[in-house]
Design a protein around this ligand. Structure first.
Ligand SMILES: CC(=O)N[C@H]1[C@@H](OP(=O)(O)OP(=O)(O)OC[C@H]2O[C@@H](n3ccc(=O)[nH]c3=O)[C@H](O)[C@@H]2O)O[C@H](CO)[C@@H](O)[C@@H]1O
Ligand SMILES: C=C(OP(=O)(O)O)C(=O)O
Length: 428
């Protein structure tokens, strides 16, 4: 087990390249199993979630070969192998095997997913969609059993706007008979990316990126080649780090439209943000102003950047109120930031940050992926050394984060945890 250490206070300068989007990658890989021939996906991020999904595709008989950031998936020998536990519990997106396997094999057994603990994360809308398509769905001992004689297109209204349910229903509906209409669908760019892959495979999908998606089911889908979109959350994380500690930072390989809410908030704080189609340039002022922040479904401010942004607010003048309307319990970073001397309180469903505070290095724990990003940003801002445990969470979503930050001028490194630390960590 490793920990990440940061010697804070150093300015960031230079450029950083963003990799393929985690939340696309984790859906594109299961989606590939719907094809009858080889699917190639280019630009995948080098993160543990991607490799876990590759291994799950192999477990069901897929041939998966890697060539750097490109993967070739040969679905020829795939079977409806049950995946009731094991690797499915290491990440959230294993739930996409439900929709994809139901679409392809009309049956699936998939253990309930893991992923970041952000408060309750039900999958009732996924199940509602599968049932509407004609599947019988039961939950037995922590695994979801799905079975259908035939999938038939249906009209499905989502009671909550859900990224996962929208994608999962799409994965099953592309192989259902007739027309499916998903109403109140989510509009995140990753959903468009998955629909692009499915369309390249021969699926007929209209309306992605709006809240009504229309799908005409197909008998079969074929292999194709697809290049993933850049990771807007990784781009946002580096933009926030640059606003906190940067002088002149360029963020490369960004679709600027995807990060508009983050740019708008940084500008409101007094950060200068320039952009062209593929790059962001961030140059912060000496003194930043605190702002309020509310997370919303896309195109609102993403919940996945709420925790990193909160760290930035600790160094800004005045008071900011942060409200996460998607995951109100996404607050595990708060106590850790307090340990670093941040002036933060939680009142009702909101986080109130007062600043500016000079953060102090401390031993802190990343209990989830974006709490990890938040603590890394706090560590870059802090006096002295910050030690962060829970690195496995960070490695689920950030490619080469230590190397990328060092290339910008930070001083960040990994160390193996001592036996004593591992015991303390496991007891906590
Ligand atoms: C792998 C992946 O893409 N993860 C992202 C995805 O997670 P995920 O797909 O799990 O998140 P959803 O969009 O489904 O969740 C949005 C909200 O809907 C609720 N809900 C969701 C499904 C359901 O059946 N019932 C229900 O009540 C959730 O509890 C949450 O409050 O979108 C989240 C919201 O942008 C991001 O934080 C995650 O990074
Ligand atoms: C919550 C996240 O991931 P997951 O849904 O995979 O747990 C995230 O990427 O911030």
């Amino acid at each position: 087990m490793q920990k990440i250490l940061i010697e804070g206070g150093r300015p960031l300068n230079g450029s950083v390249r963003i990799n393929g989007a985690k939340n696309s990658a984790v859906a594109l890989l299961p989606a590939a199993l719907l094809a009858d021939s080889r699917v190639t996906i280019e630009g995948l991020p080098d993160i543990s979630d991607v490799y876990t999904l590759g291994e799950l595709l192999e477990e069901i008989g897929g041939e998966v070969s890697w060539d750097g950031q490109t993967v070739h998936i040969d679905p020829d020998q795939m079977v409806a192998m049950p995946l009731p536990n094991g690797k499915v519990q290491k990440l959230r997106a294993s739930y996409y095997f439900m929709g994809a396997m139901l679409g392809k094999f009309k049956q699936a057994v998939i253990g309930l997913p893991g992923g970041c603990y952000l408060g309750p994360r039900p999958i009732d809308q996924h199940i509602k969609g599968f049932e509407a398509l004609g599947a019988k769905v039961t939950n037995e001992q922590g695994a979801i059993y799905l079975q259908a004689d035939e999938l038939k297109g249906a009209r499905i209204y989502l009671d909550v706007v859900s990224v996962g349910a929208t994608i999962n229903i799409m994965l099953a509906a592309v192989k259902a008979k007739g027309k499916t209409i998903i109403e109140n669908a989510a509009k995140e760019p990753e959903i468009i990316d998955v629909a692009t892959l499915l369309t390249n495979m021969g699926a007929d999908i209209k309306g992605v990126g709006t809240d009504v998606i229309r799908i005409e089911g197909a008998e079969s889908l074929h292999g194709c080649q697809h290049t993933i979109i850049p990771d807007r959350i990784e781009a946002g994380t580096y933009a926030i780090a640059a606003a906190a500690q940067g002088q002149n930072v360029t963020i490369d390989n960004v679709i600027s439209e995807h990060v508009e809410p983050v740019m708008a908030k940084l500008e409101e704080m007094g950060v200068t943000v320039e952009h062209n189609d593929e790059q962001l340039h961030i140059s912060p002022r000496e003194s930043l102003k605190n702002v309020d922040l509310k997370t919303l479904v896309y195109p609102g401010f993403p919940t996945d950047l709420q925790q990193p942004f909160t760290s930035l607010l600790t160094g800004a003048h005045g008071t900011g109120v942060v409200t996460d309307t998607i995951y109100s319990a996404r607050l595990k970073h708060i106590d850790e930031l307090r340990r670093m001397n941040a002036s933060i309180k939680v009142e009702g469903g909101s986080v109130i940050v007062s600043g500016p505070t000079r953060l102090e290095g401390a031993r802190v724990h990343a209990s989830d992926l974006r709490a990890g990003a938040s603590l890394i940003i706090a560590g870059l801002m802090a006096n002295g050394i910050t030690e962060i445990t829970g690195v496995d969470h960070i490695d689920r979503g950030y490619e080469q984060i230590v190397e990328k930050l060092n290339a910008l001028g930070a001083r960040v490194w990994r160390e193996d945890m001592t036996e004593q630390e591992v015991i303390q960590f496991q007891d906590s």
